[in-house]
Design a protein around this ligand. Structure first.
Ligand code: NAD
Ligand code: WQD
Length: 337
């Protein structure tokens, strides 16, 4: 049973990935300093899988503490590095915090991997690396445009760091996964997106429907899209989680040519903001209180993925769509009331 170190294992995508890894026979440990999460989520992981996951509440910017975890686990076969700060708006206000946290943590993880001979890493990147993409759907070779935020820049820089380190450290293999717009929750509703004060569309919709917000705003309906609202590629968090399991299996298989590879993780279809709202209303039976408002600064008009590479090389397929995202996100929201 291969052991995988999951950083950020108490976060939204990390916790769902722990479940999928355990379901697929992996042994897992987590490092998460709980800056944006709670270890309570591991109770949900245990309720689903029957396994207790050990979390080390270590700041990955603390090299000595990070080394101690690697030292205690000489059998780590690979690292999935989720841990990062992820709020676009906050990153504009606090760029130094974002560069320090997201880059130092990655550098420390990589230095520990070299020191302790761990060969495989999966890195959480984001479609925000493409900026205002020049072509749609975006493929992995669509060139990066200027990052729209310091957060997005930390992901562009993280990818470049991995490319250079893997080029030099020949035994080190990386899979970079560019997530589009994750949403939804595990079917059991024992885990889900636990963050408060969310600004992402899916939690804003469910919190509005639950009465936690009086109303919500559609940020612009005058874009050159089929109904005037922005287009995104919404991917269910359990499909996203499973892509990590597939990527781990790919990295651990001997016969593959690897080193440093990049994969888009979206379902390959664009959904407008208004279509997402209609999908929610249809699946929940709740009429949402929303208004059309002005555009939000920094929003790209449209972005969705070409995911052919993840399908053909990793053998990954998204099984869920916007309706499943809304259904499970709503079930999770209602449970938390
Ligand atoms: P999250 O905030 O729920 O999880 C990240 C976890 O990392 C948190 O539990 C936090 O406590 C932990 N963490 C942060 N800095 C740390 C540090 N220095 N040391 C130890 N732990 C630390 O976020 P998420 O939505 O699960 O995102 C996971 C990854 O995916 C992040 O790298 C994020 O940038 C990336 N990503 C997320 C989205 C999205 O919309 N959720 C989209 C694209 C990419
Ligand atoms: C989606 C659409 C909004 C809220 C961000 C990051 C990206 C990635 C995912 C981390 C947009 C519209 C939203 C609301 C709205 N995260 N919207 N009313 O901006 O596509 O991507 O999260 O890597 O890097 O940039 O996601 O969920 O904020 O917005 O109309 O109250 O919903 O304008 O068109 P976004 P989002």
């Amino acid at each position: 049973m291969s052991k995988i170190l999951v950083t950020g294992g108490c976060g939204y995508i990390g916790s769902h990935t722990l479940v999928d890894l355990i379901d697929n026979g992996f042994d897992v440990i987590s490092i998460d300093n709980l800056i944006n999460s709670s270890a309570d989520i591991l109770e949900g992981v245990k309720a689903i899988t029957g396994k207790t996951v050990q979390n080390y509440p270590v700041d990955l910017c603390d090299k000595a503490a990070t080394q101690a975890v690697f030292r205690a686990h000489p059998d780590i076969a690979g690292v999935i590095h989720f841990a990062a700060l992820k709020y676009v708006g906050e990153s504009v206000e606090k760029p130094l915090l974002y560069f320090r946290n997201n880059l130092d943590s990655l550098l420390n993880v990589l230095e520990c991997m070299v020191e302790f001979g761990v060969k495989n890493i999966i890195f959480s990147s984001s479609c925000s690396v493409y900026g205002n993409a020049t072509e749609l759907p975006v493929t992995e070779s669509t060139p990066f445009q200027t990052a729209e935020s310091p957060y997005a820049r930390t992901k562009q820089m993280g990818e470049q760091i991995l490319e250079d380190v893997c080029f030099q450290e020949k035994g080190l293999n990386a899979v970079i996964l560019r997530y589009f717009n994750p949403g939804g929750a595990h079917e059991s509703t024992l885990i889900g997106e636990a963050a408060t004060a969310a600004t992402n569309l899916v939690p804003v919709i469910t919190e509005t429907a639950a009465g936690k917000r009086a109303s919500m705003t559609v940020f612009g309906a005058d874009y050159p899209t089929r109904d005037g609202s922005c287009v995104r590629d919404y991917i269910h968090v359990m499909d996203l989680a499973n892509a990590h399991t597939k990527a781990v299996q790919y990295l651990l298989a001997d016969h593959q040519e690897k080193n440093c590879e990049v994969y888009n993780l979206g379902i390959g279809e664009g959904v407008t903001v208004l279509e997402a709202i209609y999908a929610f209303e249809a699946v929940s039976g709740v009429k949402l209180n929303y208004e059309i408002g002005p555009r939000r600064a920094g929003d790209v008009v449209a972005i969705y993925a070409n995911n052919n590479l993840a399908t053909s090389r990793l053998g990954w397929h998204a099984k869920r769509g916007i309706t499943d995202i809304m259904r499970t996100a709503w079930a999770w929201q209602q449970k938390r009331k």
